[in-house]
Design a protein around this ligand. Structure first.
Ligand SMILES: N[C@@H](CCC(=O)N[C@@H](CS)C(=O)NCC(=O)O)C(=O)O
Length: 203
């Protein structure tokens, strides 16, 4: 497998999973510079000009959570997900997709209006709205984590990888103030101390 990766991007999720599963892969380091992601060569691989991309034989994919599901399905041997016929599986899929579809909405708002957009397009009201939504999501996560260490069946799973990436990015870029969600904080400390995370999150 070949993983196209930019430091701190959503490809961290994929690398973290590959590391946890002990799978062999090659990393192609990209950068956010348009010469990299917008080059003709890269656009031929991913017309969206984004990372991650995973190439596995004839398969090329460019949605991080779909890639996570693909890797689990092909190479996971049941690891890092609950039994697909058991009671936890629906919940697992829900958190797995929450981590991108819902959770990254306010992250994108905060990041755009704090650092990605040119000054003249940044809107403090939208930044504030993003922070409010983020804080609301964290309170729900905090309740969910009140009596367990991980989101599904109290076992570490790929859903934690996807969700923890959002927490990571908000911390690294200081998009929202820390604090106020003790269970989420303890959860993040638990996850970010894993060697596979540390390898994937390094530059
Ligand atoms: N929904 C996609 C989003 C991919 C995405 O937005 N990637 C960002 C990095 S985290 C990117 O490559 N941005 C570069 C750009 O938009 O120019 C996924 O989960 O993989």
């Amino acid at each position: 497998m070949k993983l196209y990766h930019c430091a701190k991007s959503r490809s961290v999720r994929v690398m973290w999973l590959l590391e946890e599963l002990g799978l062999e892969y090659e990393v192609v380091k990209m950068s956010f510079d348009p010469d990299s992601l917008q080059s003709a060569d890269y656009l031929a691989i991913n017309p969206f000009g984004k990372v991650p991309v995973l190439v596995d034989g004839a398969t090329t994919m460019s949605e991080s959570v779909a890639i996570v599901q693909y890797i689990l399905n092909r190479y996971g041997d049941g690891r890092l997900e609950p039994d697909r016929n058991g009671p936890e599986y629906g919940k697992f899929l829900q958190w797995l997709h929450f981590g991108e579809s819902t959770m990254m909405g306010p992250v994108a708002q905060m990041a755009s209006h704090m650092m990605f957009f040119p000054e003249e397009l940044r809107n403090p009201a939208i930044l504030e709205q993003g922070r409010k939504t983020w804080s609301h999501y964290l309170s729900i996560l905090d309740k969910e984590l009140a009596d367990k260490d991980y989101l599904c069946g109290n076992e570490f799973s790929a859903a934690d990888i996807v969700v923890a990436y959002g927490l990571f990015i908000v911390k690294v870029f200081r998009l929202a103030p820390d604090g106020g969600h003790a269970n989420v904080e303890a959860y993040y400390q638990r996850l970010s101390s894993r060697p596979a995370f540390q390898k994937a999150a390094a530059d």
